[in-house]
Design a protein around this ligand. Structure first.
Ligand code: PLP
Length: 219
C-alpha cells in the first residue's frame, strides 16, 4: 500500500513538484517502507517525534519540519533539519537563526502565510512579511535562507474557495519574488497542497506538496 502509493505518486506528479511524505504519528516501519520505495523527503510536525525518528532512520533522509514550531524546541532539530516550512513569526525566525549559527549551519526556511478563513491556522499576513523584509533587522538573519513560502487552504469541500486561497498564495510568491528576491535563485518554492487538495494546489503552481494520509493511510 505505502510502496504502491509512493510509486504511483512519483509517476503521476510533474517533475517540478516535490513530494514531502508526512509521516507524523506513523511508526518507523512505515517510514522505512516508503524509504525502500525510494522516498527521501519526510515531514514531521513535532520536534520530539522528529528527533526520535531521525536518530534511528537512514541518515540520507531529508527531514522537513511542517508544524507550528515553539522557540524552546528549535535547538533539538537545528543540527539536522533540512527545511522548515512553518516560519510563522519573526520571533521563531530569530530563534532558528540563532540555533543555526550555533550549529555552524544555514537553515532553509519557508515563510508561512495565513490564507485560510479559519482563525486557528498560524501564519503571517502579507503586510507583516513586507514589514519584516524591509526592516534593517532582516539582513542580520544570516544563518537562515528563505527559499519560498507555505500556506494551508481552508478545510472545506468548497473547491472554489481552496483554489482562490492557493491563488492568493501564488500571488504573494510572485510579489515577493519580484520585489525582494529577484536575484535570489534559491527563492523558488511554494509549499501548498495536502491529501485533500493537492491536485488544486498543483494547478495553482505548487512546487511542494505535503501528503500524509494519501501515502500512509488515515491517522
Ligand atoms: C498533517 C499535515 C499535512 C498532511 O496532511 P494529510 O491530509 O494527511 O495529507 C500537511 N501539512 C501539514 C502542515 C500537516 O500538519
Amino acid at each position: 500500500m505505502i510502496q504502491e502509493q509512493i510509486q504511483a505518486l512519483t509517476t503521476l506528479l510533474p517533475e517540478y513538484v516535490q513530494l514531502v511524505a508526512v509521516s507524523k504519528t506513523k511508526p518507523i516501519e512505515d517510514i522505512q517502507i516508503a524509504y525502500n520505495a525510494g522516498q527521501r523527503v519526510f515531514g514531521e510536525n513535532k520536534a520530539q517525534e522528529l528527533v526520535e525518528k531521525q536518530s534511528v532512520l537512514p541518515k540520507d533522509i531529508l527531514w522537513h519540519f511542517i508544524g507550528h514550531l515553539q522557540t524552546n524546541k528549535v535547538k533539538y532539530i537545528a543540527p539536522f533539519v533540512h527545511l522548515i516550512h512553518s516560519i510563522d513569526s519573526e520571533k521563531i525566525l530569530i530563534e532558528v537563526n540563532k540555533e543555526a549559527k550555533k550549529n555552524n549551519r544555514t537553515i532553509s526556511c519557508l515563510l508561512q502565510f495565513h490564507i485560510a478563513q479559519e482563525e486557528s491556522k498560524f501564519g503571517f499576513s502579507f503586510e507583516e512579511v513586507k514589514e519584516m523584509i524591509e526592516s534593517e533587522r532582516f539582513i542580520q538573519y544570516s544563518n537562515i535562507q528563505i527559499i519560498g513560502i507555505m500556506g494551508m487552504a481552508s478545510f472545506t469541500e468548497n473547491e472554489e474557495l481552496i483554489r482562490e486561497e492557493f491563488q492568493t498564495l501564488h500571488d504573494y510568491f510572485h510579489v515577493l519574488k519580484s520585489h525582494y528576491f529577484k536575484f535570489n535563485t534559491e527563492f523558488k518554492e511554494i509549499s501548498m497542497g495536502m491529501s485533500g487538495d493537492y491536485k488544486i494546489a498543483i494547478e495553482q503552481g505548487s512546487t511542494m506538496i505535503r501528503l500524509g494520509s494519501t501515502i500512509f493511510g488515515s491517522r
